[in-house]
Design a binder for this molecule. Structure first.
Ligand code: HEM
Length: 123
């Protein structure tokens, strides 16, 4: 019984140490977001995500994976989906109707950032 108690205690502390060590290596959620935001995609990679179910857009230099959001977008899909896989800053700025999105849309957009668009030289 005593041996069982000792070995489970040792095992417990080994596990605690292992988790603590792992937490030193793993990035925090904030760091993970930053790492994602640092990822760079070429226009060619962007163009591979050009459907409603797999929709990336480049807006103001950022690349956004909007696949999960599109079904909730208030406009008819035929207005937004053609911008999947493309540089869509102007379309986003004007909603293609000369009117800008509400600040709430900017907040939403930030949640879907996966990286930045490579400059033209990297094409
Ligand atoms: C780039 C292509 C896009 C186009 C052409 C576009 C177009 C539009 C249009 C026409 C509306 C008005 C819908 C209505 O009231 O019937 C709208 C609203 C909205 N869109 Fe977009 N959108 C685009 C991308 C996005 C993205 C990427 C987000 C956020 C992740 C977004 C978020 C919203 C929100 C929250 C509204 C409702 C509030 C508002 O009008 O600002 N849209 N969009």
């Amino acid at each position: 019984m005593r041996r069982f108690y000792l070995s489970t205690t040792v095992l417990f502390w080994l596990l605690v140490t292992a988790f603590w060590t792992a937490s030193l290596w793993l990035p925090t959620p904030e760091e993970s977001l930053l790492l994602a935001a640092e990822k760079t995609y070429t226009p060619a990679e962007l163009a591979k995500h050009a459907t409603a179910a797999n929709c990336w857009m480049a807006i103001r230099g950022g690349v956004y994976d909007l696949s999960a959001y599109l079904p909730a977008h208030p406009s008819p899909p035929e207005l937004v989906v053609p911008w999947c896989g493309r540089e869509a800053t102007e379309a986003y700025k004007t909603k293609t109707k000369g009117r800008s999105h509400a600040p709430f849309a900017d907040e939403l957009l930030a949640r879907y950032k996966i990286g930045t668009l490579a400059s033209d030289q990297a094409k």
